[in-house]
Design a protein. Structure first.
Lengths: 616, 292
């Protein structure tokens, strides 16, 4: 670079640092509002109920009504009524919890074979109506709409109406809504922002079950390594724990998760913070609801410094094993125990899906543009590697598909542990409005790519040396081109779970398109359809002898004949099944109509003979 | 305050040392941040408007943020900027009464600290107290220059120091009292260090916030200004060391020193400027009075 050029750049630097932002920010402010105005509006008393979320699981209805602040002297009781035989009947009553103004209802012995209109009532005026759907067990295809990253800032397109999302969810008639995290970006006023979220999405939430998982920004911090409820004091919070007081976190979780099925292991963590990891069975799809961050260890001071932040690794020549430190936790033993049990249990389940905040790998290379290439990010579920592998081992035992968000970058990955593509698939959905841009842009072309696929697809190692295979990435434009949503790769996901074919179709839609319009295009790489059984089908495996059954779609379990360890459990599709298994090992095969109670083959090996199994 | 003092050099040595030490520690702390970690400029640079200006000045996108495979202008300069802070750190030690070039450089260093404070302000969604509470840090290089050029007891120097203390304590107090949302780390540090529950932590913070504002008033009233300055020095010291006290642990690499110590060091102006005022406002000892 010549001297003139250097001087020019130096002048540019000076001008940028001191004058650029302010001068041009003023110009921009004439074109668009600068910042979101977040306030709690005064509403008529007849509209004091903002919205309501619900789930139905195991014949229990849980519904949480979200209220605007009540005035002094107003009653605190809130009633839940359903319409039965043309009559409104009160089925539950509860007192509103003042901190966060939530009213959580619980109704046991719920009849999920029928749909019921409901209304939440407060006082004599306020009424909020919706529909509790019937359990869609008779539908072949269950549709789950997925969202993440709900910035409301104009700079991210966050001030643009969400009506396109509402319309599209109505058009596809989603059976379940999944908000994977960062529904709220305001770090101090969750309540006000949650009310706004309700005003934006209440129209679709009120009529169908919803899963919302609070992530880092929801609980008021830029990144979250929860460390079982520790208190975080470090700027950036990489020391682990929560920045906001426990009472704030409890309020957030009560607002966003108290309508979820009861936690399977409800013991509280530090600061009195609860847990919500559990499962939701809806339409014979068994969803595991996970908390990626709650038990995760913070990296600051635990791993050798490798970059400009305790959680960022810039040095591409670092030793990945050096950060996989002993004692570092990802999901934590309590969630792993739950997952192991969940993967074995196929009662009323034909397919399994894990819902969590983020994906089990470092799924981006360039962060924020101006922050440049990042070799690895310990905020991702790629770290710690041992914890990541342990989670994937548990999930693949149930052929679970993973649906997540958080990354601000939509991707499809097929994960690997010991070899590429030997574990589950994941779909990370794009942000509703994208706060922070990321790109999946490996320096080397991927191996074993699909014919005609971009070079960024195929087999790769992520920044932690985790084996990953990319199939699609909705990278944003390289330049921040104005404030349009789709140049920032905003959008939403749809997953279609076909119980008849056992196929999983991932769709990734930009904002402001009509998904029913045949001319509308998804982001490049989507849609993609896989089989449920692709979630545990390592390339190195062979096939055992075919099993034929006298009952339809029984549950089959393979157990290592030597170690007694379960290889996997799955409900097969139809009356025949050819189990996959590693070469050179023997397996005992168990089967049953709803649980693998009967050993049907002993010592099965790859290339073995077909067996007719009687289970009646 | 600005009257004739015969033994000026003796009388002003300690106050001047406070300013020199405060400026040194502040720049040293920020040098560490920029060298070992990274300056918080991303929030300013990653803007459409910034790139538009860079384009007008002849920088392409790839030159500005890098091609993805290599670093661009932004990353390279953010990585190098620690040199400026190191130079300022050295200057706080070497600057003397007539070192006009060094003094000018320190005033420019104050500009760097203003920029950092502005970055924090933008990152906080433009909460005014976030900028205001950095007043002590932003002004201490200028205070040092004033103390050298005009004299530590000069009316302008003292008034600027009062402004610096008021900015620091008013900004901090606005958060502690809840005029703006109290940052989570205020609760976190209080809870971890004192082992108290949320309600107690909140009561303590509200009380501290009220006292912050009383300091802002008291420091302007001759009768109580020394007491206010002494309290401010003590409280400023406690809030500065709260970060390493709350965060460091035997179990961490380097006991967490590389993560937390600079957080206390760069906040040295929060207690050394009040200490400067306390010393300036002390009564001359009889021996000094006799000389006078």
């Amino acid at each position: 670079m010549n001297l003139h050029r250097t001087k020019s750049i130096a002048c540019c630097c000076f001008a940028l640092l001191f004058f650029g932002h302010t001068a041009l920010a003023q110009q921009n402010s004439q074109r668009r509002p600068g910042r979101a105005i977040l306030e709690i509006p005064e509403v008529p008393r007849s509209e004091v109920i903002c919205f309501a979320l619900y789930t139905v699981h195991d014949n229990t209805l849980k519904l949480t009504a979200q209220l605007y602040p009540l005035q002094s002297g107003e009653p605190t009781a809130v009633r839940l009524e359903i319409q039965k035989d043309g009559q409104w009947v009160e089925v539950a009553r509860t007192d509103v919890i003042e901190r966060g103004w939530t009213a959580p209802f619980r109704v046991e012995d719920w009849d999920d074979t029928q749909a019921y209109p409901y209304r939440v009532r407060h006082g004599s005026e306020a009424v909020y109506e919706g529909l509790i759907r019937k359990n869609p067990v008779d539908k072949d295809e269950i549709v789950v709409a997925g969202f993440t990253g709900n910035s409301i800032q104009p700079a991210h397109g966050g001030d643009i109406s969400r009506q396109d999302l509402i319309d599209n969810v109505q058009k596809v008639d989603a059976d379940l809504l999944f908000f994977s995290g960062d529904q709220v970006y305001d770090h101090n006023r969750h309540y006000a922002a949650w009310l706004k979220f309700g005003r934006d999405f209440g129209e679709i939430i009120k009529d169908r079950p919803s899963v919302s998982l609070p992530d880092d920004h929801d609980v008021g911090q830029p990144n979250l390594w929860g460390e079982s409820g520790k208190i975080s004091t470090l700027s950036g919070n990489a020391d682990g724990g929560y920045r906001q007081p426990g009472i704030y976190v409890q309020e957030v979780e009560r607002a966003q998760t108290s309508h979820l099925p009861d936690p399977v292991d409800p013991r509280k963590i530090g600061q009195g913070i609860g847990v919500y990891f559990t499962n939701l069975n809806w339409g014979d799809i068994d969803f595991a609801i996970l908390e990626d961050r709650k038990f995760k260890t913070g990296p600051a001071g635990r791993v050798p410094k490798q970059g400009p932040r305790p959680d960022h690794i810039r040095n591409p020549d670092y030793d990945p094993a050096s950060v996989d430190v002993e004692g570092a936790v990802l999901l934590g033993q309590r969630q792993l125990d739950f997952l192991d049990a969940w993967a074995r249990d196929w009662h009323d389940a034909q397919m399994k899906v894990a819902l969590s905040q983020t994906i089990f790998c470092g799924g981006a290379h360039i962060h924020g543009g101006a922050n440049g290439r990042l070799h690895a990010d310990m905020d991702s579920n790629g770290w710690p590697q041992s914890g990541r592998n342990r989670a994937l081992e548990s999930l693949r035992k149930g052929f679970a598909f993973h649906y997540a968000g958080d990354q601000h970058l939509a991707t499809i990955f097929h994960h690997g542990i010991d070899e590429h593509r030997d574990a589950i698939w994941s779909f990370c959905v794009p942000s509703i409005a994208n706060l922070y841009l990321r790109w999946w842009e490996p320096l080397q072309p991927g191996q074993n790519r699909e014919p005609g696929s971009p070079e960024y697809t195929g087999d790769h190692l992520d920044g932690f040396d985790n084996k990953v295979t990319n199939y699609a990435a909705a990278n944003p434009d390289k330049k921040p081109a104005g404030n349009l949503l789709n140049t920032r790769a905003a959008g939403f996901g749809i997953v279609r779970l076909n119980k008849k074919t056992r196929q999983i179709t991932m769709e990734c839609w930009p904002r402001n398109v009509d998904v029913t319009d045949p001319s509308a295009h998804q982001y490049p790489g989507w849609p993609l359809t896989i089989s449920q059984f692709d979630n545990y089908n390592p390339p190195s495996w062979g096939k055992l002898g075919e099993l034929t059954f006298d009952v339809d779609s029984p549950v089959v379990q393979l157990v290592d004949a030597e170690s007694g360890e379960i290889l996997y459990t799955v409900r097969v599709n139809g009356k025949s099944f050819v189990p996959g298994a590693p070469e050179g090992q023997s397996f005992d095969i168990k089967a049953g109509q709803d649980a693998p109670e009967k050993t049907v083959v002993q010592g099965a090996q790859v290339g073995g003979e077909a067996t007719a199994v009687q289970l009646k | 305050m600005s009257g004739p003092i015969v033994n000026e050099s003796h009388y002003s040595r300690l106050p001047l040392f406070c300013l020199r030490l405060g400026a040194f520690l502040c720049f040293a702390g920020w040098t560490w941040v920029h060298y070992y970690w990274e300056g918080p400029y991303g929030v300013l640079l990653w803007q459409d408007s910034t790139f538009e200006l860079a384009t007008r000045l002849g920088l392409s996108w790839d030159e500005f943020v890098g091609s993805g495979a290599d670093d661009g202008f932004v990353q390279k300069w953010i990585a190098r900027i620690w040199w400026l802070y190191l130079v300022c750190t050295v200057l706080t030690v070497t600057v003397r009464e007539r070192s006009w070039i060094q003094m000018s450089a320190l005033v420019a260093g104050s500009g760097l600290l203003v920029l950092l404070s502005y970055a924090s302000f933008v990152a906080s969604q433009r909460q005014l107290p976030m900028f205001v509470e950095h007043g002590g840090q932003m002004l201490i290089p200028i205070l040092l220059v004033m103390a050298l050029g005009l004299g530590p007891g000069h009316r302008v120097t003292v008034t600027t120091a009062i402004v610096a203390v008021i900015m620091t304590f008013a900004g901090h107090g606005s958060y502690a009292i809840g005029l703006w949302p109290t940052p989570g780390n205020f609760y976190a540090m209080t809870t971890v260090i004192l082992g108290v529950d949320y309600e107690t932590a909140q009561a303590l913070l509200r009380t501290a916030g009220v006292l912050d504002f009383l300091v802002c008033v008291g420091i302007c009233i001759p009768l109580v200004r020394r007491g206010s300055a002494l309290y401010a020095a003590g409280w400023g010291f406690l809030t500065a060391i709260a970060r390493p006290v709350a965060g460091m642990s035997w179990g961490l690499n380097y006991w967490g020193g590389d993560q937390y110590l600079h957080e206390a060091v760069l906040r040295a102006p929060h207690f050394l400027i009040p200490m400067f005022l306390f010393l300036i406002w002390r009564r001359p000892r009889p021996s000094e009075a006799q000389i006078n």
